[in-house]
Design a protein around this ligand. Structure first.
Ligand SMILES: Cc1cc2nc3c(=O)[nH]c(=O)nc-3n(C[C@H](O)[C@H](O)[C@H](O)COP(=O)(O)OP(=O)(O)OC[C@H]3O[C@@H](n4cnc5c(N)ncnc54)[C@H](O)[C@@H]3O)c2cc1C
Length: 416
């Protein structure tokens, strides 16, 4: 079924009786060519591009819960490609370009909104660093725009530009950044993959791997054994647990990240803003809620809820630039498990076990990567070689020391 404005009107006139389920509720088959573990954004995007771009057949996505129940449905929806390092910037710019054509490509309204992102500058040294980052972005074909305090005041008159501790001295804007409705991304990719014959199997947890003589030939699941020529792990915050079943210890720690939504307010925030002297980012949803977040809680956990000290820290950071935030009531908050890698950058690579590949280490920035992550992972699964934009995301960088440390804080997962 093709979704269109015409279809919406037609269904409205006949009581919405003609809609069909967005994807089939597939039963697990005894064997597939490729099994993708994890029905989050990355797993579903991988299945879609593998079938569409690389002609993959007999593909299954195994999801232990329901589609959209993981971080793809828990994040603060920000997309951008404002990175500094060569290992990252081409990949994230590739992702942003895929976002720009995504809704037409998968015929699904994912509410891709390029409302812009603005990183605020609070010191002269930070301005230098942001200019360098902006130049790095421009060199990689992305857009970057250095704004003055006056330009920021015009667009965001309510910001506290004169704060004694954190005066706003300008900002680095990426006008093509913005937000996307997170769970719609999962549903859109699920529907598009299903239409290409991918089996999406929910309530099917992978509990073990079939590994013999260094070769993986399938998985054990709560719905039985399933054989496959290729098994692709793509479980984000559960990476260490799942790959532990294959005997692998990853350079990844799991941490909780919280998100917050205020009551609905009149439109006031035209784009995404981030605080440069602490960790705080905020946008306004189309329903009017201020959607914001900050740092991870900083201790290892698999719990999907956080603690009050970070709530306080996030709110303090927000109020340093945005004092009226203190007058808004908080409507809801939640947490998600982040797969924090040692250098803050992801891993998309084959493992030492033949037939078992890995995608993870997304830290708290994996939503914006969803289309490119799926695309390049599909490339790896189909060709056994990394995609040109993802050549740096290898396991062996933790042996060679060639880190992709965007923040420059060293091998400290809780600081990235
Ligand atoms: C509060 C919060 C805010 C965030 N904000 C942003 C943001 O603004 N911008 C941004 O770019 N990123 C953001 N992120 C990060 C982003 O959401 C994640 O990096 C990204 O969604 C991870 O990829 P995914 O969608 O595939 O993960 P998930 O949706 O978590 O998918 C993994 C799936 O694997 C399944 N699974 C786990 N174990 C098994 C098993 N054994 N068998 C089968 N299935 C299994 C899980 O049930 C889950 O559905 C945020 C995250 C959080 C929590």
């Amino acid at each position: 079924m093709l979704y269109s404005g015409f279809r919406v009107i037609k269904e409205a006139l006949r009581g919405h009786t003609g809609w069909t389920p967005a994807w089939r509720d597939a039963e697990p088959q005894p064997a597939y060519d490729t099994i993708i573990i994890g029905g989050g954004g990355h797993g579903l995007a991988t299945a879609y591009y593998l079938a569409k771009v690389y002609g993959g057949k007999r593909i299954a996505v195994l999801e232990k819960g329901w589609i959209g129940g993981g971080n793809v449905g828990r994040n603060t929806t920000i997309i951008r490609s404002n990175y500094l390092l060569d290992g990252n910037e081409p990949f994230y710019e590739f992702s942003l370009k895929l976002w720009e054509g995504l809704e037409q490509d998968i015929n699904y309204n994912a509410m891709v909104s390029q409302r812009g992102i603005l990183n605020l500058i609070h010191s002269d040294a930070q301005r230098d660093a942001f200019i360098r980052r902006g130049n790095g972005m421009l060199l990689n074909g992305a857009d970057a725009d250095l704004l003055t305090t006056e330009q920021i005041k015009e667009r965001y008159p309510f910001l506290n530009t004169e704060n004694a501790r954190f005066p706003i001295k300008g900002g680095l804007a990426q006008h093509r950044g913005g937000t996307v409705r997170h769970d719609a991304v999962a549903w859109g990719y699920a529907r598009a993959a299903d239409q290409l014959g991918v089996d999406i199997i929910q309530n099917c947890e992978v509990t073990g791997f079939l590994i013999e003589d260094g070769v993986c030939s399938g998985v054990e699941t709560t719905r039985g054994t399933i054989k496959a020529a290729k098994v692709a792990s793509c479980v984000a915050g559960s990476s260490s647990r799942v790959m532990g079943q294959a005997g692998m210890r990853l350079p990844i720690e799991s941490h909780v990240l919280q998100a917050f939504v205020s009551e609905g307010l009149k439109p006031l925030l035209p784009g995404v803003i981030t605080f440069g002297a602490g960790h705080f980012y905020c946008s306004q949803s189309d329903k009017g809620g201020l959607v914001f977040g900050g740092d991870i809680d900083g201790y290892n956990t698999y719990a999907q809820r956080g603690n009050l000290p970070v709530v306080e820290d996030v709110c303090e950071s927000g109020m340093a630039i945005f004092p009226m935030l203190g007058r808004a009531r908080l409507l809801r908050m939640w947490g998600g498990i982040m797969d924090m890698s040692m250098d803050g950058s992801p891993i998309i690579d084959r493992t030492h076990i033949n037939g078992l590949d890995f995608n993870g280490g997304w830290c708290y920035g994996g939503f914006k990567a969803t289309p490119a992550s799926g695309y390049v992972y599909a490339h790896l699964l189909a060709t056994d070689a990394p995609h040109p934009t993802a050549t740096a995301y290898r396991f062996d960088r933790f042996n060679t020391g060639l880190m992709i440390d965007e923040k420059g804080v060293g091998n400290q997962p809780n600081l990235h």
